[in-house]
Structures are given as structure tokens and as C-alpha cells.
Design a protein around this ligand. Sequence first.
Ligand SMILES: [Zn+2]
Ligand SMILES: [Zn+2]
Length: 329
Amino acid sequence: MNLENSAIPVPTFPSDRRSFLRLAAVVGTVAAMQPVVRGMGQAAKSDFLSASRAAAARTPIRITQLASNVHLLQGYGGNMTVQTGPDGKVLIDCSYMPAAPRILEALNTLSKDPAATLINSHWHVDHVDGNQPMHEAGFRILAHAKTRERLMTPQSIALLHLSLPAYPSPAWPVTTFDQSLTLWRNGDQLTLSHYASAHTDTDIYIHFHNANVLHVADIWFNGVYPLIDESSGGNIDGMIHASSQALALADNHTKIVPGHGPLGTRQQLSDYHSMLSTVRDRVAALKKSGLTEKEAIARKPTASLDAKWGKGGMTPDVFTGIVYRTVRV
Ligand SMILES: [Zn+2]
Ligand SMILES: [Zn+2]
């Protein structure tokens, strides 16, 4: 579906360059944010993708062990999880295209197991841009059916003023599912399940049962206000529901991989879920009282939360606007 010409309202977010750069950095990691912000010139809006790809090319991949054969990989772009073993590597997400050689090198240091399956957690460019080189390295791509649809057609992310052409066929998932799927790999059971529309309409979680690792993807930006992509069906109520689903799967020992930010705990996810619910309730009350989006933002409904959650790429005002536009009242 080409969203460029659809009837999606254009978000009224601050259009000055500083605000845009802060927002654009949301899809990088917090640690890698500053270099790309400094590196972006006047043509920031049209160069978003090339700047992000350049940042990904120069960002090293950090490896954190989560279980005996499961590791977290963090570079520029979304967090990645990999399971190794005799059935072949199962990788979740693959950042921007130029990061592929670094990711493959990192995978090679973990084990010599062959490439097997690449799972796309959702369609966003900071998670799937490397699909083609990963396919060429031997991975078969698996995703929700809507991820395949979106990668086969031009897309846009209105909030970032980003338009993307369709990806070529080697980047398309070759196995898709609608609700949920179980993989039995490398001695573990992996449950893949689609959330209802939350961050986008393509989001899934991946649960490694024996390893007690839960990759929740972009329904969680650990420690900051999240990006919700309303042009792909994302909405605040869905984010709250999805984070509840994730909480129900986790215990106090579960290693929870957010889409962005540091590895998390159940307590941190619970705090985030509470924050989302609080913001939702406050903004819904303002909307219900008849205030316009601009008036609601001016009331600063997130003020008491901003010191803790407002330091990421998503400013309190932009986040309030997204919540206002997508909340059901
Ligand atoms: Zn992301
Ligand atoms: Zn995303």
C-alpha cells in the first residue's frame, strides 16, 4: 500500500531542524544518536536514510550474552537477537544495509553454525534494511504477512517525513504468518506472535521459552517516550495492550530485548507500561473535554513524567500529539 497518497492526516509536529533531528534519532540507538545528529547537514530531511546508513556503517556491533546460545547484538538501528546452534543461526532483525558486514562478522565470532532464519520484527527500515545482504549470506526471511506486503510496496513514515521505495525481491520474507507460529530450533521453542496494531500493524514478539528471552521489538523503547508510527496503523492503545501482553509472558528473570535502548527487565517494562497508561489517560481526558491537539499539547500533560522519560529522541510535545491523534476516547 502506498501511503504517500493516502488520507492519513499530516502530523503537526515541530518542523524546525533541531526538533526534526531529535526525532529522527529515535530510530538509532541512544548511544549512537549524537554522531548522526552532528553528521546531518541542511538537507537532513531528504538525507535521513543515507545519514542513518552511514551511521550504521561506522557503528561497531556490541555483543551481550543472554543465555548459553542466545546473544543480543546492538549497533545503529534496532536491537538484534541471535540464537546459535546446529540447526543454524536464527537472527532477529538486521539494522541498516551497510551494517551487514559488521553483523555477519559478529555472528561469525559467536559460532560457525550456518545461516538459517532471519526474522523481521516489523517492517521499519532500521530493522529490515539489511534483508537483502542477509538473504545473500544464506538467511531465509520470516515475518508477519503485513511486513512482506509493506516491503513489496512503497512506504512512508509521516512523522519522519520519510518515503521509501519498495524493496527488491531478495529482501522480501519468504515465509509469513498471520497470528502466531512456533519454531523448534537449537533445543528451544520459539513462539512468534503478532500484537494487534501497536507501534505499527506489523509488530511481532519472539519468545525463547527455555532461554527465557523475550524480544518484544519496537513496542518498547526502553527508558524513553516511544515512536508510534501512526502512518502504519500504530496507536497508543495498541502500545499499552502490547506491553501488557509482553508483561504477561515475562517473569523476574526474563531478559527482555526492547526495539531500542538497553536490555530490559520486567520491572522496567512495567514502569514503561504504567507511563504509557498515565499519558493515555491524561491526554484522553483533554481530548474528551473538547480541547484541540494544539491546546492539549499546551497543557503539558506529560510534565510530571518528562524528567524520567523525555530525554530520548521523542520530545514530550511530539509524543503528546501522537497520543492525542491516536487515542480512542
Ligand atoms: Zn526501530
Ligand atoms: Zn519501528
